[in-house]
Design a protein around this ligand. Structure first.
Ligand SMILES: [Zn+2]
Length: 226
C-alpha cells in the first residue's frame, strides 16, 4: 500500500507540461518563474522518454503528406521580425503574444478553404517527421478564440533536445503522452487560430521546431533537414 501511494504521488511530467504550456500561452505565469521551471519539466520529460526506443531519422520525413519542400513559404523562417504582435522577435515565454515568425508555413492546395486538398477532396495528413513523444494538444478551439495557434500539438525529440509545434490543425489524431514513430498520422491540416481562419490566410501548417539550451528555446531553421 505504501508503495502504491508513493507511486501515485509521483509527479506526472505530461500533466506538469500541459499545465505549464497553457500557463505560458495565457501568461498566467510570470516569465521569471516560467524560465526557472522549464529546465526541470524538460528534464522530467526526457526521463520519461527512456521508456521508449527513439530512433534517429535523417533526413526528416516531410510532415505534410503529398507535399514537399517547394510548398514551404519562401522566407517563412524569420524569428526576429515584428509579426502579428507588438513584440519584436520570438520568445517562447511571451506565449500567445509572441513576436517573430520562427517557423515555416507549409501551404496546401485549398482554393475554396474547406481544409480539403483540391485534388483529392480529402483532408491532408500531418505525419511525425521523426520519432516524437506527444507532450500536449489543444483541441478546444472556436472561431471566437484569441488563441493564435488554434488547435495545436507540442511534441518532444529527446535525442536532440528539440520540441516541435504544429499549429492551425483541423482534427487532432493523437493524445498527450503518446509515443509516435516517424510517419504516424498525428493530425490534419486546418484553418484554426486567430490569424489563420480569416479568408486572407491560405490554408497551411505552421510548423516550428525549437532547440533547447537550459531555459532558452531557440528557433531552428530546419529546412536542410529534408
Ligand atoms: Zn506561420
Amino acid at each position: 500500500m505504501a508503495l502504491f501511494l508513493a507511486f501515485a504521488g509521483a509527479p506526472d511530467p505530461i500533466a506538469e507540461w500541459n499545465h505549464f504550456e497553457k500557463s505560458v500561452r495565457d501568461q498566467t505565469i510570470r516569465k521569471e518563474e516560467a524560465k526557472k521551471k522549464f529546465p526541470l519539466i524538460f528534464q522530467s520529460l526526457k526521463d520519461l522518454c527512456r521508456n521508449y526506443s527513439f530512433g534517429q531519422e535523417s533526413p526528416w520525413l516531410f510532415p505534410v503528406q503529398g507535399y514537399g519542400v517547394k510548398d514551404m513559404g519562401a522566407g517563412g523562417f524569420q524569428p526576429d521580425i515584428r509579426y502579428a504582435s507588438s513584440i519584436k522577435g520570438y520568445d517562447f515565454y511571451d506565449g500567445n503574444r509572441h513576436g517573430g515568425h520562427p517557423a515555416y508555413d507549409i501551404f496546401i492546395r485549398d482554393q475554396n478553404q474547406d481544409s480539403m486538398d483540391d485534388r483529392t477532396h480529402r483532408p491532408v495528413m500531418i505525419l511525425a517527421p521523426v520519432d516524437l513523444l506527444i507532450l500536449s494538444i489543444e483541441s478546444n478551439w472556436n472561431t471566437d478564440s484569441e488563441t493564435r495557434g488554434g488547435r495545436y500539438i507540442w511534441a518532444l525529440d529527446p535525442l536532440h533536445d528539440r520540441i516541435f509545434y504544429f499549429a492551425h490543425l483541423n482534427e487532432i489524431r493523437t493524445n498527450a503522452g503518446a509515443f509516435c514513430r516517424t510517419g504516424s498520422i498525428i493530425a490534419t491540416v486546418g484553418r484554426t487560430g486567430k490569424n489563420a481562419q480569416p479568408s486572407r490566410s491560405p490554408t497551411h501548417l505552421h510548423f516550428m521546431v525549437l532547440n533547447i539550451k537550459e531555459s532558452v528555446l531557440i528557433p531552428f531553421d530546419y529546412r536542410k533537414q529534408f
